[in-house]
Design a protein around this ligand. Structure first.
Ligand code: C2G
Length: 153
């Protein structure tokens, strides 16, 4: 009897925290189905992913722990997906603890530990810093070069 586990997420800038939760979720059953939030649904969630939906879905689909990556288009589709895929477990990181307990009439609801020290938000911050520092170092180089040109002329 296939024990299907269901989860959802944006999975933007895929990182070790995402990999760990998918690994842990797969260990709870023998088939893992992941709903990847579409760009439109992310707008409803108040998120603006760096990586477009189709690429985020393709990356998640390529993960060995994932059997199927489907679009997550709204909050309400979970019950439909539970029925469609005959899911026995709904799992997600404990940052959502309690938020999906209402599903426990149909599935076992589990909240798993998150991976500390990594988040898409943090990755975006580091990347934006690189941009600023990179622009600043280019400006400094340009200033130096124009100084040299001025002295040579
Ligand atoms: N996660 C984790 N450790 C991190 C970061 C994320 O375990 N350091 C987990 C989250 O708990 C979640 C999954 O990775 O289970 C995907 O995280 P997000 O892409 O941030 O997903 P989220 O926006 O929380 O979407 O309907 C449910 C929502 O779509 C969940």
């Amino acid at each position: 009897m296939t024990k299907t586990v269901l989860t959802y997420g944006t999975f933007d800038l895929f990182h070790i925290g995402h990999l760990n939760i998918l690994k842990r979720l797969k260990a709870e059953g023998d088939r893992l189905i992941v709903g990847v939030s579409t760009d439109e649904f992310n707008a409803i969630k108040g998120k603006k992913p760096v990586v477009p939906f189709e690429q985020r879905r393709e990356i998640v689909q390529a993960i060995e722990y994932v059997d199927l990556a489907i679009p997550e288009e709204n909050w309400e589709q979970k019950r439909l997906d539970i029925a469609k895929y005959d899911a026995k477990v709904f799992g997600i990181g404990e940052d959502w603890k309690g938020k999906f307990d209402d599903l426990d009439d149909e599935v076992q609801v589990i909240y798993l530990p998150r991976t500390d020290g990594i988040s898409t938000t943090e990755l975006k911050r580091v990347l934006s810093e690189f941009d600023e520092r990179h622009v600043q170092s280019l400006k400094d180089t340009l200033d130096t070069l124009s100084q040299i040109v001025k002295e040579l002329s």
